[in-house]
Design a protein around this ligand. Structure first.
Ligand code: TTP
Ligand code: MG
Length: 361
């Protein structure tokens, strides 16, 4: 049985700001850049009481909490803290898999002093508090899914443990929104199917889940049974960041597909920002109602960053390659290739030539 810890810093950017500027302590603070999209990166717990959350527009956040203090982000400061918490993790194990700037999985199955995972999680939280003057929440369990879920149970400054004998019962009463991998769109579809709890999820067959939710569905079939064999993978270098969505009903026609691309491009932008990933190649994946699938890419010299660029490229690929006679079951967009290589630039230029008409694609 493995011992896995998931650590996630509390209100990360906002906590660093409150730590470094005592005048902000106790106040509702939102960290927000001055990008055209103007959304909240994160909010202090004081601001969350008003409903201020990540990804909310600044305008809406201000309406919810008029005395909200807006602070511009300082990514260098957050990266520094991220490196410092990793140095603390390394005192206990080399098996560390970062998930984002403020969270990581640790595999502490083998540790020299034979400590329990809970003991190690306590020590890590204490070191973060004493040395960095910040708080983190920890989840302890025997796999990644449960450790990740556990770390969210008692935020902020929480420590939760899910034992093997309690896992299935715990998952049965868990609201489906709390399952990692179930985003707002999937949750909405589940509610439409009458699924609100783990127990109801568990009642569905693997085939049913796959039909309704694609890959996510298959994944949920296992995790709701407490099964997740994924290893903790240290030093995983990100090669790409992507997003895809299987639609509740197949989309017919270019217009419907273009509309569906917009929220995908928006979510992808958010993911790129969080992962601090940039890449020069955009790949559009289209799966049709008959389960056949095409992927088409284009590469540009400068990395993709902005929503407008991503959306425009994805839309152009869609227009070029969508056969009008097939309904679309899934669309996905991925950004990859941190640097453009001569080879993929050439490939991309070829792809962008209108070599094929939509009818014979
Ligand atoms: P999270 O760990 O999701 O959030 P958090 O640490 O602010 O709060 P919590 O206590 O709930 O863990 O994300 C870590 C940081 O990533 C967050 O401080 C800011 C950044 N971030 C964004 O920039 N945009 C987003 O949409 C989200 C969710 C996070
Ligand atoms: Mg966090």
């Amino acid at each position: 049985m493995r011992k896995i810890i998931h650590i996630d810093m509390d209100a990360f950017y906002a906590s660093v700001e409150q730590r470094d500027n005592p005048a902000l302590r106790g106040l509702p603070v939102a960290v927000a850049g001055n990008s055209p999209r103007n959304v909240v990166s994160t909010a202090s717990y004081e601001a969350r009481r008003y409903g201020v959350r990540s990804a909310l527009s600044v305008a809406k956040a201000k309406r919810l909490c008029p005395r909200l203090v807006l602070v511009p982000p300082r990514f260098e400061a957050y990266k520094k803290v991220s490196a410092q918490i990793h140095a603390i993790f390394r005192r206990y194990t080399p098996l560390i898999e970062p998930l984002s700037i403020d969270e990581a999985f640790l595999d502490v199955t083998d540790n020299p002093e034979g400590k329990t995972a809970t003991q190690i999680a306590k020590e890590i939280k204490l070191a973060i508090k004493k040395e960095l003057n910040l708080t983190a929440s920890a989840g302890v369990s025997y796999n990644k899914f449960l450790a990740k879920t556990a770390s969210d149970l008692q935020k902020p400054d929480g420590l939760s443990r899910i034992l093997p004998k309690d896992a299935e019962r715990f998952l049965e009463q868990l609201p489906i929104e709390a399952f990692y991998g179930v985003g707002p769109a999937t949750a909405k579809r589940m509610h439409e199917l009458g699924i609100t709890l783990g127990s109801e999820l568990k009642a569905l067959s693997r085939e049913d889940l796959e039909t309704h939710f694609g890959k996510t569905g298959e994944w949920l079939y296992d995790v709701v049974r407490g099964k997740d064999e994924r290893p903790v993978m240290p030093n995983r270098e990100r090669k790409s960041v992507g997003i895809e969505d299987t639609f509740p009903q197949d989309l017919v026609g270019t217009r419907a597909c273009e509309e569906a691309l917009e929220p995908l491009a928006r979510d992808l932008c958010r993911r790129l920002e969080r992962a601090e990933f940039v890449g020069c190649t955009l790949t559009l994946k289209i799966r049709f109602s008959d389960f056949s699938q095409i992927t088409r890419s284009r590469t540009q010299a400068a990395p993709y960053g902005e929503y407008a660029q991503i959306e425009a490229s994805a839309r152009a690929l869609l227009r070029q390659h969508l056969p009008y006679n097939k309904a679309v079951r899934l669309l996905g967009i991925t950004i990859s290739h941190a640097q453009p290589t001569a080879r993929n630039l050439t490939q991309s230029r070829q792809l962008e030539l209108p070599l094929e008409s939509p009818t014979n694609a």
